[in-house]
Design a protein around this ligand. Structure first.
Ligand SMILES: O=P(O)(O)O[C@H]1O[C@H](CO)[C@@H](O)[C@H]1O
Ligand SMILES: O=c1cc[nH]c(=O)[nH]1
Length: 245
């Protein structure tokens, strides 16, 4: 038996399915949608619990912010036998029709970060597992959850002096939203044999919606809370569907 250096999880845990928020605080809210919840570990940014959804045992592990800590999580999850992992993140929208709380179901990610490039050149695509992503799309459609399927851009720096320029560049090329982890998850997952998907909750609307943003400011808090509940539901349901149970 081996204990993972960062996640502190044992390699005999025997759980194949994982959902991966960035924020450790989100793990508590995932617990609300699970039964038989068991607290596991909390080391650095990695908080983990296990719980049951429709009869399948699911692990929830926070990855922290960005590619480097996500890469470590994916590596150690692969080593303990996780075969399917879905990120449930937050993102900023890059298209004006995407509203607070809408989900982005990521079909491919721009690799504008350094972690995945330490593994393999950027001509290698960052794409989700087709079956797992499709299960996310079907779960969202069935519950009529507002969701958009398309590209995300993963980046390394939340703060930059070039935000408007960078956002306009990728918005103009059809990218739906930005986060900091999806590309590393997809690439490292693929290289380590873990099936991945990414579901992002919109917490910032695109600049063109400034006036609307002001109008729906108070509703916005509720919309993003609902968006988070929705993304957790979509991810759990997708894992269940892909489990063959
Ligand atoms: O809310 P999480 O899942 O952490 O995702 C987003 O939020 C963080 C930035 O505030 C970055 O990690 C970004 O990807
Ligand atoms: O605007 C945002 C919001 C969340 N995460 C990001 O990377 N960007």
């Amino acid at each position: 038996m081996e204990v993972m250096p960062h996640l502190k999880l044992r390699d005999d845990l025997g759980i194949q399915y994982a959902i991966l928020p960035g924020d450790p605080a989100r793990v508590e809210r995932i617990a609300e949608q699970l039964e038989d919840v068991e607290e596991l570990e909390f080391n650095r940014e990695y908080k983990s619990i296990a719980g049951t959804y429709k009869g399948i045992r699911v692990l929830a592990v926070s990855t922290g912010i960005g590619g480097p800590s996500t890469g470590i999580a994916v590596e150690e999850l692969a080593r303990i036998g996780v075969t399917h992992a879905i990120r449930i993140g937050s993102c900023g929208a890059l298209q004006k029709e995407i509203r607070l709380g809408d989900l982005i179901l990521v079909q491919g990610a721009v690799r504008d970060e350094g972690t995945s490039r330490t593994y393999i050149d950027s001509i290698y695509p960052a794409i989700p597992d087709f079956e797992l992503m499709n299960a996310c799309v079907e779960a969202a459609e069935e519950e009529q959850i507002p969701a958009h399927v398309g590209m995300a851009r993963s980046h390394d720096s939340f703060y930059t002096d070039r935000e408007d320029e960078i956002d306009a560049l990728w918005a103009g090329r059809g990218v739906l939203g930005c986060d900091m982890e999806t590309a590393a998850l997809f690439v490292i997952g693929k290289l380590r044999g873990v099936k991945t998907a990414s579901v992002l909750n919109t917490v910032v609307e695109y600049e063109d919606n400034l006036e609307d943003n002001i109008n729906n400011y108070t509703d916005g808090v509720n919309a993003t809370v609902q968006g988070e509940k929705n993304e957790i539901h979509v991810a759990l349901e997708a894992l269940y569907r892909c489990s063959g149970k």
